[in-house]
Design a binder for this molecule. Structure first.
Ligand code: CA
Length: 229
């Protein structure tokens, strides 16, 4: 859960602070944006797992943010939960038509929001929540902290395990070395950028022992992605 990143776009200071506090307590990594424009920039940069988006926002409205996210190939699949003070059914329908995955009317309880977030994540990306995740012939068992390829156990160090677990949550997505450092090592840890290459190398080597081909693709001047061989 700690590597489940949520961008919160909310202009009301008191509510955004409350959201940040509670979602962090629930184990999510949170990033705050205070208006629609900042929200769009932040989402493009952070590529979060989910967006909590207020309807009424300065600069660019929540509806417009949602529309732009859906129109962009890079952000199209990021789930969005809309927050609104309006209770009208017509707005609810409009919100969902714009591409929001769920909808909460203010005031709402933090427990309710956390439950909705989990439900959306589970529905949209089961790999985020499941104990056992498979991708092609690779299987990650989160409970036992074990990895198998083609049915044979692959021995990985803790960093390689976290790297693979991160990739398998977002198959096909390209991550830069900086993004991998932040997600896998954490932004408060100082590690040299080439450390990522070292661990990618180890992960590839371990995975290649028990299967055909290398599933971690190097994307020139961009980073790495997990892909079917
Ligand atoms: Ca607002």
């Amino acid at each position: 859960m700690a590597d489940t990143k949520i961008v919160i776009v909310e202009d009301e200071e008191a509510l955004s602070t409350l959201l940040e506090y509670n979602l962090t307590k629930e184990g999510f990594t949170t990033i705050l944006a205070h208006d629609g424009e900042e929200g769009l920039l932040c989402i493009a940069e952070e590529k979060p797992d989910l967006v909590v988006l207020d309807w009424m926002l300065p600069k660019v409205s929540g509806i417009e943010v949602c529309r732009q996210l859906r129109a962009n190939r890079e952000t199209r699949n990021i789930p969005v939960i809309m927050l609104t003070a309006r209770a009208e059914e017509a707005d609810r329908v409009r919100g969902l038509e714009t591409g929001a995955d769920d909808y909460l009317t203010k005031p709402f309880s933090m427990n309710e929001l956390a439950a909705r977030i989990r439900a959306v994540l589970r529905r949209i990306r089961p790999a985020l929540m499941d104990e056992l995740v498979t991708f092609g012939d690779i299987e990650v068992d989160r409970t036992a902290h074990k990895v198998r390829r083609g049915g044979t156990e692959v021995h990985l160090g803790p960093t390689e395990f976290r790297l693979l677990d991160h990739f398998i949550q977002h198959p096909g997505r390209v991550f830069s070395r900086e993004q991998l450092l932040n997600s896998v090592w954490g932004s408060d840890v100082y590690v040299e950028i080439r450390t990522v290459d070292v661990h990618i190398g180890r992960l590839r080597k371990a995975l290649s022992k028990h299967g055909d081909g290398n599933p971690i693709r190097t994307v020139r001047s961009a980073g790495y992605a997990l892909e079917l061989v």
